[in-house]
Design a protein. Structure first.
Length: 457
């Protein structure tokens, strides 16, 4: 009987271990909440002082404290770690704040992030500077980019779209007011279209003018036609659309100049140098221009096409240089972007502050996207596997960079969002000739998707 009980206990233990291993692989979020969180918190509390000492993050205590310890306990005075704040569990990890000792800096803690990860048994440790003397440690319990689940609370707002998840479990928010123009690169099936799809669906619910240039005959942007104010599907149409956008930008500058010509004694808050300083009833709606497959605008076969190319590139560069103050923003996408595209390519790239690099087919493209702002990010982008579509490295001209992954959004859902928000498209008379015709909505009849047959006499 004792042997049967022993075998039953052993079988139950093996089943529990096997179930935990399966849950850790198949449902990492649930495993973290049930098992990983308590274990990691216990490790952190039990080994905090020794771990900080091993990482070289302890300092000598103040002289008054050393004298007090010697006078009361007569034991050896040991270095003290940074003062730890309250530990706050999250659905993806832990967060705690550290008050640095005099002489320490956030870079000291960031340099020990890998040691802290192993000591406390978590997937990753990230350090964020909160204020002078205080840093926040964000411990991530599992790989959040393997199965993307966006946070419930995101910092959304006008021209702010949460479009992807960062590797530290925070949302990557595309903020056009902070980063007006962006370059998005990615090879076929790398997730570049998914990134663009999420961005369009997020902007569709805002009173923003959406303009598209899709030289692949419109196959990428046509499903969003109900929400687009203008769409060019080939280089010829793009050559007609870009001058209209430049003219709209110049008209907005005239509007700003008229506001600047105010009478003496006008309050400072009424004087502006961009459209966001205008009164709300006079402010034109912001314009976001999406350029898909930008290389198609550079490719030419004849001398006549070369002249057209030079004009289009010049207009794009003007929009990138001057469009921000007029409320015009660029989202330039492509599979390949390099100096070999032709005159103006490097100049255009220099005006694109934000950079998003998905998996690319050559290292030169990664260097073109990230090499001038964060050379170490080039290696990270070249290491993206084909089995992880949507994974990308994002950076900006400040030198900061991180890995992100876009959540899956079906084309049908994104197109439905654009149809539901079509009434939010601001009216821009200059763009009326380029307004696309919305494709007919498929209807289901007898199990087949088909468009209604037109009524004839």
């Amino acid at each position: 009987m004792t042997d049967l009980v022993t075998w039953a206990e052993l079988g139950g233990s093996l089943a529990a271990i096997g179930g935990a291993a399966y849950a850790r692989h198949a449902h990492p979020a649930a495993y973290w909440s049930v098992v990983g969180l308590p274990v990691s918190m216990a490790r952190l509390l039990a080994s905090y002082t020794s771990t900080m000492d091993a990482c070289g993050l302890t300092v000598e205590p103040p002289r008054w404290r050393a004298l007090a310890v010697k006078a009361t306990t007569r034991r050896e005075v040991r270095p003290v770690p940074p003062r730890r704040g309250m530990i706050r569990p999250t659905s993806t990890g832990l967060r705690l704040r550290l008050r640095l000792a005099p002489g320490q800096e956030p870079a000291d803690v960031a340099a020990s992030a890998e040691r802290l990860r192993h000591a406390w048994g978590v997937h990753a440790v990230y350090v964020r500077d909160v204020r002078p003397g205080v840093v926040e440690l964000r411990l991530v319990g599992f790989d959040v980019l393997r199965k993307v689940r966006m946070p419930r609370r995101t910092d959304a707002g006008p021209l702010r779209v949460p479009v992807a998840l960062r590797e530290d479990a925070t949302a990557f928010v595309r903020d056009y007011r902070a980063v007006p123009h962006e370059l998005v690169l990615g090879a076929t099936l790398s997730g570049k279209s998914m990134f663009l799809r999420n961005l369009l669906a997020g902007l569709a619910a805002q009173p923003v003018v959406l303009v598209g240039i899709d030289c692949k005959r419109g196959v990428e942007l046509t499903p969003f036609a109900p929400r687009l104010s203008a769409l060019a599907t080939d280089p010829e149409q793009a050559a007609e659309l870009l001058p209209v956008l430049v003219k709209e930008m110049e008209d907005r500058y005239d509007l700003i100049k008229a506001r600047q010509g105010l009478a003496p004694g006008t309050p400072d808050e009424l004087i502006t140098s961009d459209v966001w300083g205008l009164p709300e009833d006079e402010r034109p709606a912001p314009i976001v221009l999406f350029v898909d497959e930008v290389a198609e605008l550079f490719l030419v076969a004849t001398r006549k096409e070369e002249e057209r190319r030079d004009e289009m590139v010049t207009q794009l560069i003007r929009l990138a240089q001057l469009g921000r103050a007029a409320g015009i923003y660029l989202e330039v996408c492509g599979q390949r972007f390099g100096a070999e595209l032709g005159k103006g390519a490097t100049m255009l790239r220099a005006q694109l502050t934000g950079r998003v690099c998905h998996r690319v087919n050559d290292e030169a493209s990664a260097k073109m996207a990230l090499g001038d702002i964060a050379p170490e990010a080039v290696l990270a982008s070249c290491a993206i596997a084909a089995e992880l579509p949507g994974l990308a490295v994002v950076g900006d001209t400040s030198g900061g960079w991180s890995r992100i992954r876009t959540p899956h959004l079906s084309l049908a859902d994104a197109a439905a969002t654009c149809r539901e928000t079509a009434h939010l498209a601001p009216d821009v008379p200059a763009l009326a000739p380029f307004r696309p015709c919305a494709p007919p909505v498929p209807v289901k009849e007898s199990g087949f998707l088909a468009t209604p047959r037109p009524i004839t006499e």
